[in-house]
Design a protein around this ligand. Sequence first.
Ligand SMILES: [Fe+2]
Ligand SMILES: [Fe+2]
Length: 211
Amino acid sequence: MTKSLKSLVSLALVFALVLVAVPTGAFAAKPPADKTLDNLMAAFNGESNAHARYLAFAEKADEEGYGKAASLFRAAARAEEIHAGNHARVIKAMGGTPKATIETPGVKTTAENLQAAIDGESYERDTMYPKFLAAARLERNADAIETFNYAKTAEAEHARLYQEALDNLDSMKGAGVTYYVCAVCGFTTTNLDFAKCVSCFSPKEKYEAVA
Ligand SMILES: [Fe+2]
Ligand SMILES: [Fe+2]
């Protein structure tokens, strides 16, 4: 065989290998394996910290005379606690141990705290939970999909409520207001004008009042 024929043959072999390897997925990105337990742990830590942070923000809002903002922070804090509890249940069922490292919340003015809360909720709604949901779907983990979905829907509503509060900060002054939080999924609202939770379809009786 001539030298040029030899190199032609080896080139053909390489092409043949590629043709075999590509359809079998040898070069495809590997799906994340067992990412969901790590994601649940990260979400548990995040929700536990959000709970602590919002309670600190509520205290500051009361100090500054924004009673309604304080109520909103307390209601959202309760919702994050429910999310943390839901995540913890799934972690335990998977054989893990939920652990959180609570950082000292950076408390600023209520306007700044509302902005920080909007940023945190938006990140969870747009980036963190969609990523965690995609991995849980690949791993077909129905319990994780449910708890991530509950949290994502509630965080979207929190972001909206916080934005509304920041846009109308003067109207957040004065006495507190009652919010209602679904004990199953953490959905947060001021308006109980429904029979079943709009997010998890639990009966309205599952809602807790937080002021
Ligand atoms: Fe939230
Ligand atoms: Fe719910």
